[in-house]
Design a protein around this ligand. Structure first.
Ligand code: ADP
Length: 436
């Protein structure tokens, strides 16, 4: 960035300097030319008014090295020239300034000199006797003026380069200072950006930074929770196995402990399955292709299988609604229905009921699972969608819950760009509505 500012500043200065030099040279040369012409005019008028013959008589007065004076007859032949012998000079009628003077009284012209980078300025004026008096002088050409200034121009360029290096150094330090300050205090929302234009950019960075921190924290929490969740059944399995190994239990207890070992192993399997499932859902790139599916038909299929789970507590399961097509993946819909209905059975009461309803609502397919169970206290309703969050830990474990079911549901709904609503009242029941 520093280098860029340096080089740009230098570039701008060079362009400005070049433009300024060229335009000033032009303006100056224009003025200079005017002055030369004016001097010649004055000189010619002076000679005319004083009477050229007087001067010609006294040649010493005309031996001015800077000004050439030519006196021309009306036929173009030269009567007198202070720089050359008049006899050898050719006819001057073809000189534009002389021609113009004969025709209009005065004439002027500028011609390149034989001398390099010099120009000759001519001014001719008609005399009272019909002859023409011409005065001429040599002056620098534009290139000459420019070249003569080149030394000072090079000096100014070097001076500007040095100045630019210094100025751009201070400028970049000043410009970058607030950005540097921000980089150091990216967590501090109260710190002022210093540049209004950078504010949206900084807010975006802050948001992203917060997201990264939040996701790192949730990953950390998840890892800690997973380790803890896996440790509990593994410790139990290890303990029971140790007792059996050391023959510290009688025959009857062996069967009981073996059953406990199996139960804990099953728990581990469902935990690991849910963890794998969540991590699959986290990888959005691996989302399977969506096809058109009938949500009602799938719900009917799943309820058939889940009814056996409900028998133990004599829970009635019913399905209402109508056929409803939804763009989805069958595996995901099965997971969604199973998790919601299993919870409705798991957290229900003896002789309770579960009602599943499939319906349309504007552009959405609606799946509503209601139960007459234990309900969820108000202050915990938001948290039940968090990974491993359980209202009643022991009840969840006893009934084979992993604490990940609703997190999976939430994830699936998010993949569908859908939404979830939860209504619940303790001891009355819960109803979870999913819009896909
Ligand atoms: P779990 O495997 O423990 O059921 P979930 O993520 O499915 O995990 O649910 C999280 C918690 O939310 C459960 O432990 C339970 O306390 C509560 N919960 C979920 N569904 C219901 C329901 N239908 N009625 C009452 N509580 C529920």
């Amino acid at each position: 960035m520093k280098q860029k500012i340096n080089s740009r500043l230098l570039f701008i200065s060079m362009v400005v300097l070049a433009l300024a030099t060229v335009s000033i040279t032009f303006v100056y040369y224009g003025l200079f030319q005017e002055q030369v012409k004016k001097d010649l005019r004055v000189e010619a008028e002076l000679l005319k008014n004083a009477g050229i013959t007087e001067f010609v008589k006294n040649e010493a007065m005309l031996s001015n090295e800077d000004i050439r004076i030519t006196w021309i007859k009306s036929d173009g032949s030269v009567i007198y020239d202070n720089d050359a012998n008049a006899e050898y000079l050719s006819n001057h009628l073809n000189r534009p300034e002389v021609d113009a003077a004969f025709k209009r009284g005065v004439g002027e012209s500028v011609r390149e000199s034989d001398t390099m980078n010099m120009r000759t300025f001519y001014y001719a004026i008609i005399m009272d006797d019909g002859t023409v008096l011409r005065v001429a002088t040599e002056a620098r050409s534009l290139l000459n003026v420019f070249l003569s200034a080149s030394g000072i121009i090079i000096f100014i360029i070097i001076l500007i380069i040095v100045l630019c290096i210094f100025i751009s150094h201070f400028l970049t330090v000043q410009l970058l200072e607030p950005i540097k300050r921000l980089a150091d205090s990216i967590d501090d929302n109260s710190s002022i950006v210093g540049y209004k234009e950078l504010e949206p950019f900084m807010n975006r960075i802050r948001e992203q930074h917060e997201d990264i921190l939040a996701s790192a924290k949730s990953r950390q929490d998840f890892t800690a929770n997973v380790s803890h969740e896996l440790k509990t059944p593994l410790t139990a399995i290890s303990g029971y196995a140790e007792l059996i190994e050391n023959r510290m239990v009688d025959e009857e207890k062996v069967i009981h402990f073996s059953a406990e070992i199996r139960k804990n192993a099953d728990r581990l399997v469902s935990l690991i399955n849910d963890i794998i499932r969540l991590s699959e859902l986290d990888h959005k790139e691996s989302t399977p292709e969506f096809v058109s599916l009938d949500l009602y038909e799938i719900a009917e299929e799943r309820l058939e299988l889940l009814r056996s789970n409900a028998r133990e507590k004599n829970i009635q399961i019913s399905l209402k609604g109508e056929n409803c097509m939804v763009l989805s993946n069958k595996g995901m819909l099965i997971e969604l229905i199973d998790n919601l209905v299993q919870n409705a059975i798991r957290y229900n009461v003896q002789n309770g009921m579960v009602e599943v309803c499939v319906d349309h609502n504007k552009n959405h397919a609606v799946l509503k699972v209601s139960d007459s169970g234990i309900g969820i206290p108000k202050d915990e309703q938001k948290r039940v969608f968090e990974r491993f969050y359980r209202v009643d830990k022991s009840r969840s474990r006893e009934t084979g819950g992993t604490g990940l079911g609703l997190a999976i549901v939430k994830h699936i709904v998010e993949i569908h760009d859908g939404s979830i609503e939860l209504e619940s009242e303790v001891k009355k029941g819960t109803s979870i509505t999913v819009y896909l």
